[in-house]
Design a protein around this ligand. Structure first.
Ligand code: ATP
Length: 205
């Protein structure tokens, strides 16, 4: 199994790249989705969050009240780290189980928006970073209906391009049109990922 980490700033085109890789046969593991699943109603993750932050993070149906939790950790690094200490290991465990299910032949793409900030890049065979100039990201997010100020604030809270580039094995430039980024992803798949996965399988006894 080949394990790929995929990251990029907000609105850079991670989903666009991930979807194209899936069309070639990659297995996608979406870390944002897993982060929601591991604290869904009735999970051990939610129980741990309630143990740490109290009943105030539950809504009246016993589900996680995301806004209440966000308000509790906003601007409080210690609280944010405690929350991450619960959620990240559960996400990693679930991601590992999904990768194992996908099997030896699989090329597994882990879409992790905050890979640079979390710092788990060395656990992947290859890290792919999608890069798009900030102004274009804002335009594309606005076209998708996102408020420009909210998008700017999210960007300011994320690592900058330099830090992301430092963990990249492969950079995908998404400053062109969709046809261009699709061609770049097709080349990544055929020229790097498939040969890398074949080599790795042949080396493994
Ligand atoms: P988020 O950080 O919000 O999860 P993302 O990094 O996954 O975003 P996408 O959702 O793939 O990014 O792209 C952001 C928006 O820009 C989408 O509406 C997408 O359709 C559009 N987009 C992506 N790449 C291009 C491109 N090359 N040309 C035009 N639009 C694009």
């Amino acid at each position: 199994m080949l394990s790929v980490g995929l990251t990029g700033g907000i609105g850079s085109g991670k989903s666009t790249v991930a979807d194209r890789l899936v069309s070639h046969g990659a297995t996608l593991v979406d870390s944002d989705r897993l982060a929601r699943e591991v604290v869904a109603g009735g999970t051990e993750g939610l129980a741990a969050v309630v143990d740490t932050f109290g009943d105030a993070v539950l809504d009246d149906r016993g589900e996680l009240d995301r806004a209440a939790l966000a308000a509790l950790v906003f601007g409080d690094d210690g609280a944010r780290r405690r929350l991450e200490g619960i959620v990240h290991p559960l996400v990693r465990r679930r991601a590992a189980a999904l990768a194992a299910e996908a099997g030896d032949e699989a090329i597994v793409v882990n879409d992790i928006p905050l890979l640079t900030e979390i710092g788990t890049a060395p656990t992947f065979d290859l890290v792919v970073v999608v890069e798009t100039p900030e102004r274009q990201r804002l335009d594309r997010l606005a076209a998708r209906g996102m408020d420009r100020d909210a998008a700017t604030a999210r960007m300011a809270a994320q690592a900058g391009d330099d830090r992301r580039r430092a963990i990249a094995d492969v950079l995908i430039d998404n400053s062109g049109d969709l046809a261009q980024v699709h061609r770049a992803v097709d080349a990544l798949w055929h020229d790097r990922l498939v040969p890398f996965a074949d080599n790795k399988r042949n080396r493994t006894p």
